[in-house]
Design a protein around this ligand. Structure first.
Ligand code: COA
Length: 325
């Protein structure tokens, strides 16, 4: 038996960071033909944070990395790897992860970015968990850093009201305590959905701008319900668990109405679903760590709780994971 078979990847710390600027639905109604009532009733969003013009994904990542270092007391030289999930990297290269590594002085770490859109946090958990257990890495920083508000068309009222910026960080450690940690992850992709029906994408650079997010809202709504619910059902069944074994479902926070409809149509208990959409809007892969940190801070989620994460994003990609804190 390899050592890694008796080890678990555990969450040893969670930090989050939000840019300073708060923009409410009423603020948006000053610049667009929209209203708080329209946005709130269709999405549950009340406000979002917007990064400054000179504040990019790696800047958010550096702040949240420093926060988790000070929170957990880890020495940066002990970090083996930095994995950053971002859909909105500052530049094509170098990666956000390399910049963060340099800024925090994690001299022994290797560093790279992944892009799995709004499912990137769960993809990052899965990649981290596999690498830790196969390579024997002891400390990995998994960071999610997103600045989607830099990639929306601020004249397109259908998309621009939905997104916000933010970052999360997890310190993952390899532990012999097998009563907690990452129990399972399941990842899925279907690029054909995008080929035949441009559901959710970035349209690439346009006339000197970095390009915009385009979306077929109703298709995203439908696929989010179908795929998040089926992946949760599959991961529970593969682990011989039922929803009764789960304390909290923490889904990607795209839209409160998607989550309410999913619970109603697919028979998931809404009272177990964490919803923070009202505070942050859709922060892509940062949304689950932001929600998790908020729920720990308000005392709802505690050490020992069993969590079910689920998310869907552009690709399409989707994923679920079961983790015991
Ligand atoms: N304010 C006011 N009116 C708006 C508006 C806004 N921000 N955006 C669109 N509208 C209008 C439309 O122009 C349309 O008007 P019309 O009937 O006169 O043509 C009307 O509202 C309804 O538009 P529609 O697109 O049918 O709305 P909808 O009920 O499908 O809701 C979404 C739109 C985007 C809220 C909904 O489809 C959704 O939540 N989809 C999922 C989006 C998502 O979560 N994406 C990210 C996933 S990672």
């Amino acid at each position: 038996m390899r050592e890694s078979d008796t080890m678990r990847t555990v969450i040893a710390g969670i930090a989050s960071y939000l840019p300073q600027k708060v923009v409410t639905n009423d603020d948006l109604a000053q610049m667009l033909d929209t209203s708080h009532e329209w946005i709130f009733s269709r999405t549950g969003i009340e406000q979002r944070r917007i990064s400054a013009n000179d504040e990019f994904a790696s800047d958010l990542g550096v702040v949240v990395a420093k926060k988790i270092i000070s929170q957990t007391g880890i020495d940066p030289s002990e970090i083996d790897a930095i994995i950053v999930s971002t859909t909105t990297a500052d530049r094509r290269f170098p990666s956000c992860a390399c910049r963060i590594q340099g800024e925090i002085g994690a001299s022994k770490a290797f560093a790279f970015d992944i892009n799995a859109a709004c499912a990137g946090f769960i993809y990052g958990l899965s990649v981290s968990d596999s690498m830790m257990r196969t390579m024997g890495l002891k400390n990995v920083l998994l960071i999610t850093a997103e600045t989607l508000t830099k990639f929306v068309d601020w004249t397109d009222r259908l998309t621009c009201v939905l997104f916000g910026d933010g970052a999360g960080a997890l310190l993952l450690q390899l532990s012999s305590d097998t009563s907690r940690g990452i129990i399972s992850t399941k990842l899925y992709s279907n690029g054909e959905q995008e080929k035949y029906n441009s559901i959710l994408s970035h349209n690439g650079p346009q006339n000197g701008h970095r390009g915009y997010t385009t979306m077929s809202g109703r298709a995203v709504f439908k696929y989010a319900i179908e795929y998040m619910s089926s992946s949760m059902t599959e991961i529970l069944s593969e682990n011989n668990m039922t929803i009764d074994d789960i304390d909290w479902i923490i889904p990607h926070q795209a839209n409160k109405r998607i989550l309410e409809s999913m619970c109603k149509m697919k028979d998931f208990p809404l009272e177990k679903v964490v919803i923070t959409t009202q505070l942050h809007a859709n922060t892509s892969s940062a949304s689950i760590p932001l929600a998790l940190r908020d729920m720990i801070d308000c005392g709802k989620i505690k050490q020992g709780d069993t969590l079910l994460f689920t998310a869907l994003g552009a690709g399409l990609v989707w994923a679920s994971s079961i983790v015991r804190l």
